[in-house]
Design a protein around this ligand. Structure first.
Ligand code: SF4
Length: 432
């Protein structure tokens, strides 16, 4: 498959375009125009990384190979859109988001011990279909090429297929985070037909009884197993989404989950850190030690080598390091991503209980601007802000204990503190 990449909306790149073709899993690039000598070499380097021996695709599809579920298939129209945002940010110092997570409902069948969406008070009514469509359209216009529906449990929304279809029509990748309880064969097929790329299915433990205990429902592990099979049969890419604790690192849970994932035919495993937020906001003792962050990176590196070409393991511990391209990722809140809660509150990420306003009364562009101009988010931060003591002290510990979440950041005194997090890759300008 060959895809033509051009960026007519970037004035400096009007006289430049290129083609990317997948030939036997190698990405062949051909550059055109008078600026080819300037932009060609770095782009050639970028594409040669994908399809190299070190990074084999985890899924081969008609519309481009998938190297990670955090990236659009390559080459594809969604990837053209993704590249446009990367180029704007990297070459022209703009500050556009690549991804958004949208909670489409607060309803859920389960009561997980660690739920990050839970608030001490009930969330307001779920956004209407028109309100979610507004978020989708405005986000894509701003540069987003990856929209993930979360909840609650997104499959409880009757119009989830229509929402997925809208995202896919906009040359954007649609993903869903689910507990798999409602991921029947019929549902998986309907989602695939609507244009869904992948499901992220939550698995808290490789031990069925422990997963059921953490999810508060006997049979939830079995639902995961069946949901994975239904999704794979429907042609969807599948990621097992899990989180690491100091206890799970000791038990080598990641190796066990990886063995299970390989047996089930899963394409990726995404390992988040245990973060004191939602139902566990007061439990700072759940945070991983520095030694365990390193242990996860080491274990994942070894597993990625072993399973290269079958499945990929992506860990938050790694994205928060300085190794390789991780240094460009770091904390993505207000840098590459934002989150919209089920009742429309605009937060820097789905683990940060601070709101900058509501999409029902403000545009996505205005709210994003508020985030990137705020002193807590106007710079790149390698470490997870929600796991940084100074950030928590200023922004999380100041939230009144009886407040509804997310709490308006404007209510917390705005003072510039250089110690909030290490400013390593300062952005020179933050344009939109
Ligand atoms: S604060 Fe940053 S690193 Fe931490 S969970 Fe949110 S986006 Fe990820």
């Amino acid at each position: 498959m060959r895809v033509h990449y051009n960026f007519p909306d970037i004035p400096q790149m009007k006289d430049f375009s290129f083609d990317v073709e997948n030939v036997n899993d190698k990405l062949i690039t051909k550059f055109h125009g008078s600026k080819a000598f300037l932009f060609g070499p770095p782009l050639k380097l970028y594409f040669s990384y994908y399809g190299s021996k070190r990074l084999r695709p985890v899924m081969k599809r008609e519309d481009g190979n998938i190297y990670s579920l955090y990236l659009p298939p390559i080459p594809s129209q969604a990837h053209v859109h993704h590249m446009e945002t990367l180029i704007r940010n990297w070459l022209f110092k703009e500050a556009r988001p690549l991804a958004v997570t949208v909670a489409v409902t607060s309803r859920c069948q389960l009561e997980c011990v660690h739920c990050s969406a839970a608030s001490p008070h009930k969330a307001g009514p779920d956004m209407s279909r028109a309100e979610i469509e507004k978020v989708i359209n405005e986000s894509v216009k701003l540069g987003v090429s990856n929209i993930t529906f979360t909840g609650g449990e997104p499959l409880l929304r009757n119009d989830i297929e229509e929402l997925v279809a809208l995202v896919a029509q906009l040359n954007t990748v649609a993903l869903i985070f689910t507990n798999a309880m409602a991921l029947s064969e019929k549902k998986a097929l309907a989602l695939k037909e609507a244009g869904l790329t992948a499901v992220f299915i939550s698995l808290d433990s490789p031990e069925p009884a422990e997963h059921d205990r953490l999810r508060g429902w006997k049979g939830s592990f079995q639902a995961v197993r069946e949901g994975v099979q239904n999704a794979i049969r429907a042609g969807l890419a599948v990621c097992l989404s899990t989180y690491a604790t100091n206890e799970s690192v000791k038990k080598k849970a990641l190796s066990k989950i990886t063995a299970l994932a390989a047996e089930w035919g899963v394409h990726e495993i995404s390992v988040f850190d245990a973060i004191p937020t939602g139902r566990l906001i007061q439990n700072e003792d759940i945070m991983l030690t520095e030694g365990n962050h390193l242990a996860i990176c080491k274990e994942a590196k070894e597993l990625n080598r072993r399973y290269n070409g079958r499945l990929r393991i992506v860990t938050q511990s790694w994205t928060n390091t300085r190794s390789g391209i991780a240094i460009l990722i770091g904390c993505i809140a207000g840098h590459l991503q934002f989150h919209v809660t089920s009742d429309g509150e605009f937060t820097p990420c789905d683990f940060t209980p601070l709101t900058f306003g509501n999409v029902k009364s403000n545009s996505v562009k205005n709210l994003w601007r508020k985030v990137i101009e705020h002193s807590a988010y106007n710079h790149h931060c390698r470490k997870c802000r929600m796991q940084t003591a100074a950030f928590r002290k200023k922004y999380i510990e100041s939230i009144p204990s009886d407040a509804n979440l997310p709490y308006p950041i404007a209510m917390i005194e705005m003072t510039d503190s250089p110690e909030l997090c290490p400013r390593e890759t300062e952005l020179i300008t933050r344009n939109l």
